[in-house]
Write a protein that binds this ligand. Structure first.
Ligand code: ZN
Length: 172
């Protein structure tokens, strides 16, 4: 299955070269979250519209390495138009795929983490990850072999999780 790695590399490069849902939504009404990964210098801006319990629109801006930008593009394609509950489950699944190694990086201090996104990171026994459900997102699983790049891959996902939390808090 060496071809699988090749396929994954092609998916990542494709999303890096031709990012999906690129740009920013007018804010307001859209909600905007900026993420920064000091380990690599990646920046991502996620703007999102939540309407009727759905993530009705989403755009990605920012710049950084191929992993951060392709992960953001893959994420946008995977979650746009989906019900918020489904988006949250996908965030958890994706972070589960990255979690073991990310946990080993948590000592580097992220005071801005609000504790609600990916809070239940299980050490040792990750939930079974359904790669079929992840679709193209599975391409990013190779990143776990390079622990310093995991923050690149999760940057946009953390920004999305934070944004959903903030939108939900505003609505209640
Ligand atoms: Zn990076």
């Amino acid at each position: 299955m060496a071809d699988l790695e090749e396929l994954y590399r092609e998916i990542i490069l494709d999303h890096y070269r031709s990012p999906r849902n690129r740009g920013e939504l007018d804010s307001p009404p859209a909600h905007r979250v900026e993420g920064f990964n000091p380990l690599c210098g990646d920046e991502v801006v996620v703007s999102m519209m939540v309407e009727d319990g759905k993530l009705s629109d989403l755009k990605i801006a920012g710049s950084g390495c191929s992993i951060s930008q392709s992960s953001a593009s893959l994420m946008s394609a995977a979650v746009k138009g989906k019900p918020v509950g489904e988006v949250r489950r996908l965030i958890n699944t994706f972070k589960g795929m990255m979690s073991i190694h990310e946990a080993s990086l948590e000592g580097d201090g992220h005071p801005e983490s609000n504790g609600t996104n990916g809070a239940e990171v299980v050490a040792g026994e990750p939930e079974e990850i359904d790669l079929d459900k992840l679709g193209e997102l599975a391409a990013l699983q190779g990143v776990v072999k390079f622990p310093v790049r995991i923050k690149c891959a999760t940057l946009s996902w953390n920004a999305l999780a934070q944004g959903l939390d903030e939108v939900t808090a505003q609505a209640s």
